[in-house]
Design a binder for this molecule. Structure first.
Ligand code: FMN
Length: 382
C-alpha cells in the first residue's frame, strides 16, 4: 500500500513495517519485556465511554489549542523519539517540517540524529527540545544552553529512564548499545533493499548530533559515538535536586516527562515545572506500569490550572486524543503514530499521519456534539 492511500494510522504502520528490517522494527515498535504496558495503553482507551449529545450546532468546530501562551492548530504534538535516523535518514527533519507546516509542536530528543539548528529552522517556531539527564552534568548544561541560544522555548526533561530498559527484542537482534546486528538479522535486512540503499548512502549508523560530549566528538566511528552516547544516559543517581538545578538554568518553559504519580507531579510543580507530561514512555520502560490514562485524572486534580497537564502513550486515533482530553489532558503527544507516517513517506507521510489524526478528532467532536477542544472534559465521560 502507498502511504497516500492510508486511511488510518494502522495503514501507515503497515507501510512502515514493510520498509524496515526486523531489528529496526523491533526498536521502533517494541515495548519492554512482555509488552504488558503497551497492551495496557491500548486497552485503557477501549474502556473509555464518551456519551454524545445531539442537536448541538457544531458546524464551526475548532481544534485550536493553547499551550504555554502559544496557539496551535490542534491539541496534538510529536513526542520526542531518539535514533529516528536509523529508520530513515532525515526523519527528525521530516517530522519537524510536517509539524511546522501543520502548526503543531515537534519535540527533538537529545539522542536524535538531525542537528538541532536545522530542525529549529524547519519547525517554524514550533520545536521543543527534550533532554535525558546525562551523567556528565557539564555536557547536559551545555546542551541546554545551546538549545536556549537557538531560541527553543520549551524544554522537556524525561525522568522515566533511571536505568536502561530490558528490551529483549533489541538484545536478541544485537540492536543494543553497540548497534552490532547479529547475522540472521543482517541477512533479513537484505529483504529491505530500499532501507539498505538509504542507510548506506547516508553513511550507515546515524550520528547523535545533539549529544556533544568529549567522547562523542572524539569518537571516530558512528558506532563508537553510539556507545559513548548510551553510556551518558540512564543515570540512576538522579534526584529532585538535579531537576531543581535544571529549572534554575533553563530560561524558558519546563516540562517534566514521564510522571505517573500525583505526588511527583505536585513536587515538580512546586519546584517550578510549567507542565507535566503524563506518560509511560509508550510502554517502553516499566512493563507493569499503569496506562497513563488511568492516573491522568488524579494528576490533573492534584495540580492548579496554571500547570499544563499533557499526555502520551498509545495514541493511534483521534478519539484517543479526545478521550485523554476528557480525562484531564490540556494537550496530547503521539510518538509511533507520527513516526509510522515519516517512515512510510518522509515529510509527506508525516503530514498524512497528522492529517488523519486531525480529521479523526474533528469527526469525533462532531459526533459527540462538541464544537471546541476547550469544551472537552469529564462531563462527556460515562
Ligand atoms: C522509537 C522511539 C524512540 C523514543 N525515544 C525517546 C526519547 O529519545 N526521549 C523520550 O523522552 N522519549 C522517547 N520515546 C517515548 C516517546 O516520547 C513517547 O513517550 C511514546 O512514544 C508515546 O507512546 P506512543 O508511541 O504509543 O505514542 C521514544 C519512543 C519511540 C517509539
Amino acid at each position: 500500500m502507498n502511504f497516500e492511500n492510508a486511511v488510518n494510522i494502522e495503514d501507515l504502520r503497515h507501510c512502515a513495517r514493510s520498509h524496515l528490517p526486523r531489528a529496526v522494527l523491533g526498536y521502533v515498535e517494541g515495548g519492554v519485556e512482555d509488552g504488558i504496558g503497551m497492551a495496557r495503553n491500548r486497552a485503557a482507551f477501549d474502556t473509555v465511554r464518551l456519551v454524545p449529545r445531539y442537536l448541538m450546532d457544531t458546524s464551526q468546530r475548532t481544534q485550536k489549542s493553547m499551550l504555554f501562551g502559544r496557539e496551535y492548530a490542534m491539541p496534538l504534538g510529536v513526542a520526542p523519539m531518539g535514533l529516528s535516523g536509523i529508520s530513515r535518514p532525515g526523519t527528525d527533519l521530516a517530522l519537524a517540517t510536517a509539524a511546522g507546516r501543520a502548526g503543531i509542536p515537534f519535540t527533538l530528543s537529545n539522542v536524535s540524529n538531525d542537528p538541532l539548528d536545522k530542525v529549529v529552522a524547519a519547525g517554524n517556531g514550533n520545536v521543543f527540545f527534550q533532554l535525558y539527564p546525562c551523567l556528565d552534568r557539564a555536557l547536559m548544561y551545555a546542551t541546554m544552553a545551546r538549545a536556549a541560544d537557538l531560541g527553543v522555548q520549551v524544554l522537556m526533561v524525561t525522568v522515566d529512564v533511571p536505568v536502561h530498559p530490558n528490551r529483549e527484542h533489541n538484545t536478541r537482534s544485537g540492536f543494543g548499545s553497540s548497534l552490532k546486528l547479529k547475522l540472521p538479522y543482517v541477512l533479513e535486512a537484505a529483504l529491505h533493499p530500499r532501507w539498505i540503499i538509504e542507510y548506506l548512502a547516508h553513511g550507515g549508523v546515524p550520528k547523535f548530533r545533539n549529544l556533544l560530549s568529549a567522547e562523542t566528538t572524539a569518537a571516530s566511528s558512528a558506532r563508537e559515538i553510539a556507545i559513548a552516547a548510551t553510556a551518558q544516559l540512564a543515570d540512576d543517581s538522579q534526584t529532585w535536586n538535579d531537576f531543581e538545578e535544571i529549572r534554575r538554568r533553563w530560561p524558558g518553559k519546563l516540562v517534566i516527562k514521564g510522571v505517573m504519580h500525583a505526588d511527583d507531579a505536585r513536587r515538580a510543580a512546586a519546584l517550578g515545572a510549567d507542565g507535566v507530561l503524563v506518560s509511560n514512555h509508550g510502554g517502553r520502560q516499566l512493563d507493569l506500569a499503569p496506562s497513563p490514562l488511568e492516573v491522568l485524572p488524579a494528576i490533573r486534580a492534584a495540580l492548579p490550572e496554571s500547570i499544563a497537564v499533557m499526555f502520551d502513550s498509545g495514541i493511534r486515533r483521534g478519539s484517543h486524543v479526545v478521550a485523554a482530553m476528557c480525562l484531564g489532558a490540556d494537550f496530547v503527544f503521539a510518538g509511533r503514530a507520527m513516526l509510522y507516517g515519516a517512515i512510510a513517506g518522509r515529510e509527506r507521510g508525516a503530514a498524512r499521519a497528522i492529517e488523519i489524526l486531525k480529521q479523526e478528532i474533528d469527526l469525533q467532536m462532531g459526533q459527540m456534539g462538541c464544537a471546541s477542544t476547550d469544551d472537552l472534559g469529564a462531563k462527556w465521560v460515562l
